[in-house]
Design a protein around this ligand. Structure first.
Ligand code: HEC
Ligand code: HEC
Length: 483
């Protein structure tokens, strides 16, 4: 299942320049050769962690929709109808208060309603998560993970790609659903049999029998497998998981309402320009796998070395590193020993950027909380690393120099000391870090790839990737995205 080049890519939406763009990435990878790509593309970054007591983390997740949006049911298969009931069923948790929708709220593009780095869960709703909760939208085309997945751009060399979760450890949506149901820090059911018992007692048990047969509850393992398939069917079939209702979709199909403003048009150029944003080289917007297009991901894994999030409880243990594909949550690509060579350490999935402007926490560890911060991180990780990573051994200045930026994760200026760049990946794996623009490893103090205008335009563009039923986390300033 891993080589669906869907035909040499006329970008699904034929806009000049996209093919050229895809080529740039191919060149970048080609230069390193396949082995190089395997190494360079695995990178690593920041760690997961558990949700910690962050401001606002008190207790249960924010109130979310407890029922699906109206409209959807009639076209769903029986299995998907069961999945829909399950998705909103709080009884399917150890605490009795948490459903899939508690973390994946349909009113927030199937992502959390709050901006916490990680959510609380568990039998008593007091266990901090290890990673930020992703949106569940536009995941239906995701192929299973492979170390050498063909890149959907049809040109880049194969590399790690596909799969569900930030490290690709689940091959299907059904396999993925097992994780939250049984994880003691999430829905915290005691066992799969425990889940099945709750299903059997649910008011929709007759629907389960109708979908999977009268004997469905006779064999607990088979019943659990059917339940996982039901959740998968719901996510695959229900339009709310892939509405394609953004302004970008209207633009791409020449529909009314799809005319980009000058700012959005410039932002699209920054997004695809290999010399500035270069975002599209990983968040690929052309024709993808299985007839898809414009998913804004090529399903690949890279190490971009997001800063460590001290707000995640697991990170209190300084020996704990969430290294993505090489573990510890994923276990089949683990290093042979501490610091043994491993090209997968630090790699995380390049997620779709659809609905990204609706999010309150970014990257696998949720360390950033605004889109502007994310874009500025891409722009200045290398040129001003002191804004993103801690400085040790220096003296904090009593007063920052005029003009010292306040948008970084570090807002204190230091005299002397050393910046701990890439602080969430053991030094042994630093060579795994990707070196494509906009983070090409250029020297500290040199000019960043994007101008202030580029940044503002790019954010305007990212905002048009939001579905019609969503709200932006940070509304644009009036007029900012017009001219
Ligand atoms: C406590 C919060 C929480 C609950 C409840 C929860 N999830 Fe998630 N979900 C997460 C987190 C965190 C991740 C990212 C996991 C990772 O990267 O390892 C995730 C990832 C996923 C993914 C993978 C998405 C991707 O981008 O690959 C799917 C699919 C998913 N969840 C479905 C579900 C379903 C179905 C349920 C209910 C059975 C559910 N989740 C319940 C927190 C939650
Ligand atoms: C080399 C590949 C690559 C390039 C180039 C790239 N990204 Fe990413 N992007 C990633 C990966 C990998 C992640 C996930 C990293 C993590 O979770 O630690 C990511 C995550 C993100 C996220 C967080 C999404 C979320 O749901 O948390 C945003 C936003 C984002 N990228 C925007 C951009 C923009 C804008 C650009 C261009 C300026 C860009 N990216 C360029 C690979 C890339």
């Amino acid at each position: 299942m891993r080589s669906h080049r869907s035909g040499p890519q006329g970008p699904a939406v034929a806009r000049p320049g996209w093919l050229a763009l895809a080529r740039v990435r191919a060149l970048a990878w080609g230069a390193a050769g396949i082995a190089g790509a395997m190494l360079a593309a695995c990178g690593g970054s920041s760690g997961g962690g558990s949700a910690a007591a962050l401001p606002g983390a008190a207790g249960a997740p924010a109130a979310v929709a407890s029922a699906p949006p109206p409209s959807s049911a009639s076209t769903l298969s029986l299995a998907a109808q069961v999945g829909q009931k399950m998705f909103f069923d709080k009884n399917l948790s150890g605490s009795g208060t948490m459903s899939c929708a508690s973390c994946h709220d349909p009113a927030h593009a199937h992502a959390p309603a709050n901006d916490l780095s990680v959510q609380l869960g568990g039998a008593h709703m007091d266990q901090a998560g290890l990673r930020a909760v992703p949106s569940l939208r536009y995941k239906d085309i995701t192929p299973p993970y492979a170390d050498l997945l063909d890149n959907p751009d049809g040109i880049s060399v194969p590399g790690p790609g596909g799969g569900f979760t930030a490290d690709g450890r689940a091959d299907t949506l059904a396999a993925q659903a097992r994780i939250p149901l049984l994880d003691p820090i999430e829905m915290a059911n005691a066992s799969s049999a425990d889940v099945v018992k709750k299903l059997q007692a649910a008011d929709y048990a007759p629907l389960v029998a109708k979908a999977f047969g009268d004997k469905v509850f006779d064999d607990s393992d088979a019943a659990f497998a059917s339940a996982l398939k039901a959740l998968q069917a719901y996510q695959l079939e229900d339009n709310s998981f892939h509405p394609y209702s953004s302004k970008f979709d209207k633009y791409a199909s020449n529909k009314i309402g799809g005319t980009l403003t000058p700012a959005e048009t410039r932002g699209l150029k920054v997004f695809t320009n290999p010399n500035t944003g270069n975002c599209a080289s990983c968040h690929y917007q052309g024709a993808g796998l299985n007839g898809s297009s414009a998913l804004f991901t090529d399903f690949s894994y890279e190490a971009i070395s997001v800063p460590r999030n001290a707000g995640i409880a697991a990170n209190n243990d300084l020996k704990y590193f969430d290294m993505g594909v090489c573990g510890p949550l994923r276990t089949d690509h683990a290093p042979a020993g501490p610091n043994a060579a491993n090209s997968f350490c630090g790699m995380f999935k390049a997620p779709t950027l659809r609905n990204v402007a609706t999010r309150g926490a970014f990257f696998h560890n949720g360390v950033m909380h605004s889109l502007e911060q994310v874009v500025r991180f891409y722009n200045t990780r290398d040129t001003q690393p002191e804004l993103w990573y801690p400085t040790v051994g220096g003296t904090p200045k009593a007063k920052n120099d005029p003009g010292f930026p306040t948008y970084g994760l570090v807002t204190t200026q230091y005299t002397g000391g050393k910046v701990q760049k890439y602080d969430d990946l053991p030094a042994a794996y630093a060579s795994n870090i990707d070196t494509q623009l906009p983070m090409d490893g250029r020297a500290a103090g040199s000019a960043p790839p994007m101008s202030e205008q580029d940044i503002s335009d790019l954010i305007c563009f990212l905002n048009i990737l939001s579905d019609a039923d969503t709200q932006p986390a940070t509304p644009a300033k009036p007029g900012a995205c017009t001219n």
